[in-house]
Write a protein that binds this ligand. Structure first.
Ligand code: OXD
Ligand code: MN
Length: 600
């Protein structure tokens, strides 16, 4: 028997009925994921003024949204991990008692969808039917969310068919938190709730997500950061797999040998650029599998297999140009949703750092704008949402349900000093230490930029759904299970500067030279040299052919200064101290070993 909305899954039918009763929408619609439904929803919301259709000659089938100025990014202070015990959330997460949180949020949810449609979005994170994939259902009252989820995940009837009558799913409840009075409409304005009413809540012990008050990005597209990282990381620990904030790429050498690399970097360190890298070294080819999240399981043959659970890219627009990322520019040429960019007078999009001039248009706040206006036209976190399948260098196996075998893990951050271009970990445990101590400098706006570094372990600081110390232990455990099949681990820093402030490394396509060295280490071709912090390339091992870089610059790029590294250890010690006796013993051993090596 199916429910009144044709939902055959019993748990789903009961959940939808309960939420309808609580939130009191005017209508309920189950999103079937067809092109017709996508197009007709866009027709409706362009007519309402919420979205603007861009010139189809310049940007076919693409749309632009302006959000509310109070709703432009992930809100980390309003993001909660509600486990029963505070210690299980750990010192790096915002914790609230789950009972209390539910009480607060139920009050907000009561009648919150009045005047709106409640959409039910069935979605799969990962190829439908893959042994690594998971099914989620998002209930939302935001058409913006429906349309973005259509691009970012696999949605619709095919997911419901896979779910069947008794299948398991992760319930994700979302509301913009702006009920409408009788006869009231949004009048084309982005609906959301004030900041103190925004909640992005995770209940990892129940695999449950409740989000209220924000319609933007990771706060509202619940498949991404909420499910695929925070909830999935907690599930992965319980079930013995890995959910990581990592891009995935395939590198092929001139002989046709393939290497698969998964890399974790904090936000604003060029993850999407690396995922779409075009090597400058002849004969090497790079293909993209994912740009933000990797789910990995140990296969029966002992290899670690990774899938990209997403179906699209939700990328930062400002700074994306033909020079910085030509592949991304090609990916977003059509069928793309833009948010908070400039809409030009000739009805295309533009942003700062696009590399082309703009005479004028409408800024992200909906005001007339010209380059002389004195303010940025696009919000710094303006975004594009584009189908991954449109990426010209998408790997032919990106949707392989079995995933790709990972050979190399890379961690990194943005450091203008101290950290060399590339370091290889001595072994798995040392690699876990490198990931755990990853740090980055903020890109701008910090008052004391020189000393301000943020420890962002495994780039998971805002995304780990449980105690970070237990997460490190999980990494040690995975290494034990993988044994000789464990990927090699490296740490990179593309951002080192000379004392007079010059970038020492060209970055972008030239980063392939560093990846090449990693592959050669894997194959035992490059020898490397031991230093107290790890293995660095031996002189002449890095392929610099055709690059203008002096011997002196290379020495600076690779320099390991023991005094500054000892100083760095003080900061690591105070960070690790936060975790008390939950800190894994093996992490303490790694710290002590590092200290000993630096004192020799
Ligand atoms: C993202 C992030 O948006 O990591 O992907 O902040
Ligand atoms: Mn990310």
């Amino acid at each position: 028997m199916s429910s009144k909305y044709g939902l055959k899954n019993k748990k789903l039918a009961a959940w939808v009925a309960g939420i309808e009763d609580l939130c009191k929408p005017d209508k309920v619609a189950v999103y079937n994921g067809s092109k017709e439904e996508y197009d007709s929803l866009f027709k409706e919301i362009t007519a309402s003024g919420l979205a603007k259709k861009l010139d189809p000659e310049k940007r076919p089938n693409s749309f632009h949204f302006c959000s509310d100025p109070s709703d432009v990014a992930r809100v980390e202070d309003r993001t909660y991990i509600a486990s029963r015990s505070k210690d299980d959330a750990g010192p790096t997460n915002n914790w609230i008692d789950p009972e209390q949180l539910k009480k607060n949020m139920l009050k907000l949810y009561k009648g919150c969808m009045k005047g709106r449609t409640l959409f039910v979005i069935p979605f799969s994170m990962g190829p439908i039917g893959s042994p690594i994939s998971k099914i989620g259902i998002e209930i939302t009252d935001s058409p913006y969310v429906v349309l973005n989820m259509h691009i970012m995940t696999r949605v619709g009837t095919k997911v419901l068919d896979t779910l069947g009558e008794d299948g398991e799913f992760i319930p994700c409840l979302h509301s913009v938190g702006k009920p409408l009075a009788d006869g009231e409409s949004d009048n084309g304005k982005w609906p959301c709730a004030p900041i103190e009413q925004k909640y992005i809540s995770h209940f990892p012990e129940e695999n449950l997500i409740w989000s209220y008050g924000s319609g933007y990005g990771g706060n509202a597209l619940l498949g991404k950061k909420c499910l695929a990282l925070r909830i999935a990381s907690a599930m992965a620990r319980r079930e013995g797999w890995m959910a990581e904030h990592m891009l995935i790429l395939r590198l092929t050498n001139p002989k046709g040998k393939k290497y698969h690399i998964a890399a974790a970097f904090p936000s604003a360190c060029g993850k999407t650029n690396l995922a779409m890298l075009q090597p400058t070294i002849p004969g090497w080819k790079c293909e993209c599998i994912g740009d933000d999240i990797a789910w990995m399981k140990i296969a029966p043959d002992g290899s670690l297999r990774a899938i990209n659970p997403e179906y699209g890219f939700f990328g930062v627009a400002p700074g994306t140009s033909v020079k910085s990322n030509p592949v991304a520019m090609e990916t977003i040429r059509a069928n793309t949703i833009f948010t908070n960019c400039v809409v030009t007078d000739d009805n295309d999009v533009w942003w700062e750092g696009m590399g082309t001039p703009c005479k004028g248009g409408t800024d992200w706040k909906g005001r007339k704008w010209t380059p002389e206006s004195g303010e940025k036209g696009a919000h710094p976190n303006a975004r594009f949402t584009a189908p991954a399948g449109q990426c010209p260098v998408i790997c032919p196996d990106w949707e392989d349900p079995q995933g790709v075998p990972i050979d190399i893990f890379v961690f990194g951050g943005r450091r203008t000093s101290v950290v060399p271009l590339v370091t290889e970990a001595f072994d798995w445990d040392h690699g876990v230490y490198l990931g755990a101590t990853a740090a980055s400098e903020p890109t701008a706006a910090a008052l004391d930029v020189k000393s301000a570094i943020r420890r962002d372990p495994f780039a998971m600081l805002p995304f780990c759904g449980y105690n970070m110390a237990d997460y490190w232990q999980h990494w040690f455990n995975m290494g034990d299970k993988l044994g000789a099949r464990a990927p090699k681990i490296f740490y990179v820093n593309w951002f080192r500067k000379s004392p007079d402030g010059k970038w020492l490394w060209p970055g972008f396509g030239d980063n392939a030279r560093v990846l090449k060295w990693m592959c050669e280490r894997l194959d035992g071709v490059a020898k490397g040299r031991k230093t107290p912090i790890g293995i660095l390339p031996e002189k002449n091992e890095l392929d610099l052919s055709g690059l203008k870089i002096s011997g002196g610059e290379l020495d600076e790029l690779m320099a390991v200064d023991t005094a500054t590294w000892k100083h760095e250890l003080d900061d690591v010690a105070s960070f690790m101290g936060k975790f008390g006796d939950r800190l894994p013993q093996r992490m303490k051993v790694q710290f002590d070993n590092m200290k000993k090596r630096l004192s020799k």
